[in-house]
Design a protein around this ligand. Structure first.
Ligand code: ZN
Length: 363
């Protein structure tokens, strides 16, 4: 039995979210996705708002930026909607809540990390009218990450190990996951244009975020770091005032806010991050944001699952058995189906929300 709030499929997660939003008396908007889901179900980005448009502060809590990671994020949102006392505290503090369910519903349903365009939504926020960022490290190992044959032979693994030995394991992580714009079927591909999720999220932020003076955002992820630990990673411009504010808010319980720019995070430095949208669409607001990144399995296991997933997406002729194995590996890499892990996810998710409400209210 999963913990309350956790679903087995995207369809179930969406039902739980819509019913929790209804029970909480939240206003719900649905942005329909153009494609069907893995079970033929309708896909959508659903938005639930609790609190009026005249609230001075807005807290955004979003799930499934990376599709399959949405099981954890959706559960935090569902449980948050059931926390009447927390929602009342937010309202009393002048903080409206905006829960964005399934930023990438296609990836959530199909249990992939990327959008239906094959794009990593958290690398998709670059200026596509300008030359796109280069990633020579990825170019150097692209053929090793996704070789002709699957599973890869020993020479492929030896090649990757040689790269790690020559440049260090951190450089390998940076090359693979930092973002790349040259290999559309590859991993951590940032795209050639704004995706459906990108354009839809801009509309949501424009509509809901234009009236507030202070804006905060907790974006829920999984797949990096020690199992069950929720790393609070700065997801905003790393100027001194913003860094200090984020560390004051989300450090108030003794926790720690890591950041990409100073190397304190388990994440690599990334191109084209989604938080850029907050500045573009809500320029009047003082913005503070984190990604809450829950650890699942060791990085090499997660990377192996991502490689198998991308390889099978590029090889529709491959046998069904290997494809099913790859699908199960993706789910296991981004969703830990034990009560312990799920309880950790919920407790840390709600704690981050409480700290954000206190920070936004100036308490
Ligand atoms: Zn993620």
């Amino acid at each position: 039995m999963p913990e309350a709030g956790f679903a087995q499929t995207y369809r179930q997660a969406r039902q739980l979210f819509l019913s929790a939003a209804g029970a909480a008396g939240a206003t719900v908007q649905t942005y329909a996705h153009p494609l069907p889901g893995a079970e033929g179900e309708a896909l959508a980005m659903d938005v639930a708002r609790s609190g009026g448009f005249d609230a001075p502060a807005l807290l955004v809590v979003s799930s499934a930026c990376h599709g399959v990671e949405g099981f954890a994020g959706s559960a935090v949102q569902n449980v948050l909607l059931a926390e009447a006392a927390l929602r009342a505290d937010a309202q009393a503090a002048g903080v409206a809540l905006l829960l964005i369910h399934a930023l990438n519903p296609h990836g959530f349903s199909h249990q992939r990390r990327v959008t239906h365009e094959g794009v990593d939504l958290n690398r998709n926020w670059v200026d596509f009218t300008q030359p796109l960022p280069a990633n020579p490290g990825y170019d150097a190992i692209a053929q090793l990450l996704l070789p002709e044959r699957w599973p890869p032979g020993p020479e492929v693994q030896a090649g990757l190990q040689a790269y790690a030995a020559a440049h260090g394991p951190r450089a390998l992580q940076q090359a693979v996951s930092g973002g790349q714009y040259r290999h559309p079927q590859g991993l951590f591909y940032g795209g050639a244009a704004p995706t459906w999720s990108h354009l839809t999220l801009r509309r949501v932020l424009r509509q809901h975020g234009r009236g507030c003076r202070r804006l905060a955002w907790i974006d829920l992820h999984t797949g990096l770091g020690p199992s069950g630990h929720g790393e609070r990673i700065l997801a905003a411009r790393p100027d001194p005032a913003t860094v200090q504010r984020a560390r004051a808010w989300w450090g108030a319980d003794g926790g720690r806010v890591t950041a990409l720019h100073d190397g304190s995070s388990s994440s690599s430095e990334l191109e084209g991050m989604m938080w850029q949208a907050a500045y573009d669409e809500c320029p009047q607001a003082e913005f503070t944001g984190i990604a809450l990144e829950y650890g699942t399995l060791p990085l090499e296991v997660t990377l192996a699952a991502l490689r198998a997933d991308h390889w099978h997406a590029a090889h529709p002729e491959a046998p069904a058995e290997g494809r099913e194995q790859a699908r199960r590996a993706m789910r296991a890499a981004f969703y830990v189906e034990t009560p312990e892990w799920q309880q950790q996810v919920l407790a840390q998710g709600l704690a981050a929300v409480r700290l954000a409400v206190a920070g936004l209210s100036g308490a």
